[in-house]
Design a protein around this ligand. Structure first.
Ligand SMILES: [Zn+2]
Length: 148
């Protein structure tokens, strides 16, 4: 191959459609390594990804539902992981500034996101995280979460 500017290139295996998860993470560059660490702890090697500001909020309000449905139709994952983070510029904190209040607001939006996903995919497992500056500050799993 002719010289190019790629440092490294991995050939794509088009037949490998198996996927462990769909990851829906915020776009904020400051938190990408933290999100990757969370995913690695769960041994997620193959995951489709949606990167969009304030993911739980934008699943709950319906913005991301068509993209999720599209990817599910293509790759048939059975788990969706949603990664929110504190101090998210895209999230409406309703004037709150204390971390405890931000966590509660994220949790409320994540429950609404789970409900929005279950309206169109009732069997989907949804795992949600709120990632803080030093550690994960909240995690929920729709299989064990009781909500109304
Ligand atoms: Zn964000």
């Amino acid at each position: 191959m002719a010289e190019n500017n790629y440092r490294e290139y991995h050939p794509v295996d088009l037949d490998n459609k198996q996927v462990d998860d769909l990851l829906v993470t915020c776009s904020d560059h400051r938190f990408q390594r933290a999100f990757e660490a969370v995913a690695q702890n769960r041994d997620l090697e193959r995951a489709d990804k949606i990167v969009f500001p304030a993911p739980a909020q934008n699943i709950a309000n319906g913005v991301l539902i068509p993209a999720i449905e599209k990817l599910q139709g293509l790759h048939a994952f059975s788990t969706i992981s949603v990664y929110d983070h504190l101090y998210c510029g895209g999230t409406d904190y309703e004037g709150a500034s204390a971390e405890e209040e931000m966590i509660l607001i994220h949790q409320r939006k994540q429950v609404a996101a789970i409900n929005a996903i279950h309206e169109v995919m009732p069997e989907m497992t949804v795992i949600t995280y709120v990632v803080g500056v030093e550690e994960i500050v909240s995690a929920t799993d729709s299989r064990i979460l009781s909500y109304v």
